[in-house]
Design a binder for this molecule. Structure first.
Ligand SMILES: [Zn+2]
Length: 290
């Protein structure tokens, strides 16, 4: 009898490992058929907070609307580097880009409920397409996000793909990030330990670890986890993408972060629940919420 109680208590404890998903897109059509069931499933599994990340005007609207349906959820407004082109037709006029940022500002000015807790995702992505003009456009958009962060005292959510040096150079050359006037996060961290050392030490940024860290070939990411002080590490899904190894290829959801926490705990050689608590607190620090 006692054993059974103990076992179920342990199971309950295990199930309620505190999880903070700092980066998710639960408003995507992938969840249209069963969104409320999926959310309940996550919350029952110990997910305490989720941040719905905006990628353009429409998805930022969707992120805010979804965040408003539950006190455990928050949102960001931002223009993903891969969506810069369609919102910024030519370099001679920034009219369409201005329109996008006017919308972001309207939301930020009406943010009485404090649902918007970050700006982004923004950054550089030269993986899918790479032209000098597109690089310029992404840079202008990135700068505008940084300015909003300073104006509204919010952290920046950075996406960087195929742009390692350009991202570091950008952070180095921008007076706001250089002087640590804002904080932020490198989302879906996929660089190496050296990159992690620079962004954490030099810019006081966090690195966000997702399912990719659990993939067999991700030695660099695991090495970065090992060499980065744990106070700079947070967790995410980037759901519906990048499910961890045990459910790889399937639709991702926040409860799967447990596998990532487990990995970080193993690398850091600390107890899993303790590790979960630290990672959770780090995310609260990043977004300045309690
Ligand atoms: Zn994302």
């Amino acid at each position: 009898m006692f054993n059974t109680i103990l076992k179920s208590a342990l199971l309950f404890f295990k199930n309620t490992m505190k999880i903070f998903d700092t980066h998710t897109h639960d408003y995507f059509v992938n969840f249209d058929a069963d969104r409320s069931t999926m959310l309940r499933d996550d919350f029952n599994a110990g997910v305490k907070n989720k941040v719905q990340i905006g990628c353009d005007i429409n998805t930022s609207k969707q992120a805010i609307a979804l965040a408003k349906t539950d006190e455990k959820m928050f949102a960001t407004v931002g223009l993903h580097p891969c969506h810069v082109e369609e919102n910024f037709q030519n370099l001679q006029t920034t009219n369409d880009l201005e329109q996008c940022f006017r919308y972001f500002e309207t939301e930020l000015q009406n943010n009485n409920t404090k649902k918007i807790i970050g700006i982004g995702e923004t950054g550089f992505d030269f993986y899918h397409k790479d032209t000098p003009e597109m690089r310029k456009k992404q840079k202008i958009s990135f700068e505008k996000h940084i300015n909003l962060c300073k104006k509204y005292s919010l952290p920046i959510i950075i996406h960087t793909r195929g742009a390692r040096n350009e991202t570091l150079e950008f952070l180095e050359n921008n007076s706001i990030t250089k002087n640590k006037e804002i904080t932020g996060v490198i989302h879906c961290f996929s660089e190496n330990a050296e990159f992690a050392k620079i962004v954490t030490e030099k810019f006081n940024f966090f690195i966000s670890i997702g399912g990719t860290a659990t993939y067999p070939k991700s030695h660099d990411i695991r090495d970065a986890i090992k060499n980065t002080p744990i106070q700079y590490i947070v967790t995410e899904t980037d759901s519906p993408y990048l499910a961890p190894q045990s459910v790889r290829g399937k639709r991702n959801q926040s409860k799967n972060i447990k596998e990532v926490v487990q990995l970080i705990a193993e690398i850091k050689q600390i107890e899993t629940e303790h590790c979960a608590d630290i990672l959770f607190k780090n995310a609260q620090d990043l977004f300045n919420i309690k």
